[in-house]
Design a protein. Sequence first.
Length: 111
Amino acid sequence: MIQKKVNHLFLAILLFIGFGNCISFGVNGPDSVGIFYSSNARSEEYFSKIGPKQGKACQSSYLGLVAVGDSSIPTAAKDGKITQVTSISYEESKVLFGVITESLCTIVTGN
C-alpha cells in the first residue's frame, strides 16, 4: 500500500517536471534550457543605433501557478522615460526547466 502511494507520488513529480515547461512562457519559441538553471539573453531587433536611455520591465512565474509582472515594451519604455525605442532585447532565466521559477525581462533603449 505504501509502495503504491510512493509510486504515484513519484509519477506525479515526474509529470509535473516534464510538463512544467509547457505551462511556462518563452520568447518566440524554445530556448537553450539547462536542467537546473538556465539564463538566456538576446536581441530581437536593432534599429539604426542603440539609444542613450535604457528601460527594463520584468515578469516572473512561480511553480507554473502564479505569474506576476509586466514585461511589455511600453512598460520598459516608460521605466526608462523613452519616447522613441531604438532597440529591444530580452533576458530570461529559469530554475528547473521553469517549474520552480522563471523570469523574463524586456530591455529597450532609445531617446
